[in-house]
Design a protein around this ligand. Structure first.
Ligand SMILES: [Zn+2]
Length: 248
């Protein structure tokens, strides 16, 4: 099974960069979980450095990924500089192989296409020391993605507007990196993408119908039983019927 380690930067007392009420640690956690959800739906095994607002040492993150045997390690951050600085960039270790650079470039290109921001390129090393720890101590190929500048109004607007699209793009490029097909035909009613139609799918559809939960585009398509372009309670009922094989 394909294994990807997702590292949401910072957390807990370490808020990372910020501007106003916006904190890097919150933005990147949201994005990391959205990317992970899409990967899990496609059968990729995902381990997270953190799934909530907790502090975790960099060494613990990389050690965990190494012990687990991840195939790719992606650390997600947001950049910070003067208000006019804009765009996405990705950092790899200073002695990264050509293959590692290519993987990083793929993720970066996908992110830039999705959020429309400038591609600032694949960079080797770190701004003020040799390498970022997450690149230096990981055994597998890795990258540290800086998704826009949290200090830029333009980048924050792009972040909010393109959030789902960007999560899709990053997840899709990660699938390509570990050789997992992105567009797997999903059976109608299989909302969570686990290959079967169960009451859990009906529950998800119902939550989407009542606006309690937002589904990914693929999950929404699977939940839309009558193909009218939206997920409604009647779709949820239909899925429940399928799950429990009730006759109407
Ligand atoms: Zn950061």
């Amino acid at each position: 099974m394909a294994k990807i380690y997702l590292d949401a930067g910072h957390g807990g007392k370490d808020g990372g960069a910020g501007s106003g009420k916006r904190k890097e640690k919150d933005d990147v956690l949201k994005m990391t979980l959205a990317v992970g959800k899409r990967l899990t739906e496609r059968g990729v095994s995902v381990k997270y450095a953190r799934t909530d607002d907790t502090e975790k040492k960099l060494n613990d993150r990389t050690a965990e990924s190494n012990a687990w045997g991840a195939q790719y390690y992606l650390s997600i951050h947001r950049n910070s500089a003067s208000p006019d600085a804009t765009g996405n960039e990705i950092w790899v270790k200073s002695d990264a192989t050509e293959k590692t650079v290519e993987k990083a470039a793929k993720i970066l290109r996908a992110a830039c296409e999705a959020d429309g921001l400038r591609n600032r390129g694949v960079k080797k090393g770190a701004p003020s020391y040799t390498d970022f720890a997450v690149n230096k101590y990981t055994k597998c190929a890795s990258g540290l993605l800086e998704l826009g500048f949290i200090t830029s109004t333009k980048d924050n607007t792009a972040w909010d507007r393109s959030f789902d699209k960007t999560a899709d793009a990053i997840a899709k490029s990660l699938c390509e990196i570990v050789g997992v097909p992105w567009n797997k035909e999903r059976r109608k009613g299989d909302v969570n993408g686990d290959g079967k139609v169960t009451t859990a799918d009906a529950r998800l559809a119902l939550r989407a119908a009542t606006a309690l939960e937002k589904l990914t585009a693929e999950a929404e398509e699977a939940a839309d039983m009558n193909n009218d372009g939206k997920v409604t309670t009647s779709d949820a009922r239909e899925i429940l019927r399928e799950a429990t094989k009730l006759d109407s």
